[in-house]
Design a protein around this ligand. Sequence first.
Ligand code: GTP
Ligand code: MG
Length: 199
Amino acid sequence: MKIVDATFLQSAQSIADSPDPNVAEVAFLGRSNVGKSSLLNTLTNRKGLAKSSSTPGKTQLINYFNIKFKTSNEEMPYLFARFVDLPGFGYAKVSKGLKKDWNRNLTNYLEQRPCLQIFVHLIDSRHPSLDIDKNVDEFLSSIKRGDQIIIHAFTKTDKLKQNDLAKLKREYPNGIFISNLKKKGMDSLQNAITEHLFG
Ligand code: GTP
Ligand code: MG
């Protein structure tokens, strides 16, 4: 299965102003600057689709994208999903009030969205066991419904030495190891996503 089209649908501050939950969603979440927006662009092969930046805190809203997959089934040639780019965790340079709202809107989305099927938790491969990521994992495990899965995607693997990458892969046998820079791991990630959504 291949992504043949990806378009921006809308931004939302919270669930209240989000699109109708009538299409399966895949949420990309993780620390600020970990590479969420870049990953969306690489996966969909659309450079400027999601706004990425070297300044943390770039993505400040819930951003919805329509994704169209081409299947090998002539009777159902296309399947559809939404990818959701989320604001990063752990970004300090916003006011406390805004931060609280962000977190509430974000956790509401993660906990309450009925069509949310996959959490893609992005983790910087250079810092794989930070407390904030462990806390996020605990939270996700505590809210996960039976129809949902969590995928751990380790990002920026181009910054690791081969030895260190091999060690990380042994430590996290179920992880998916990606590099936007080198376009690595995209097939594995896409297969894991389509397998759960449509398999
Ligand atoms: P927020 O929206 O702030 O939460 O950040 P984000 O997680 O969306 O990160 P974004 O995609 O904006 O990328 C942050 C920075 O990391 C940018 O400077 C990217 O160019 C860089 N980056 C993203 N992916 C990779 C990668 O695979 N390798 C390397 N070396 N740099 C990357
Ligand atoms: Mg972003």
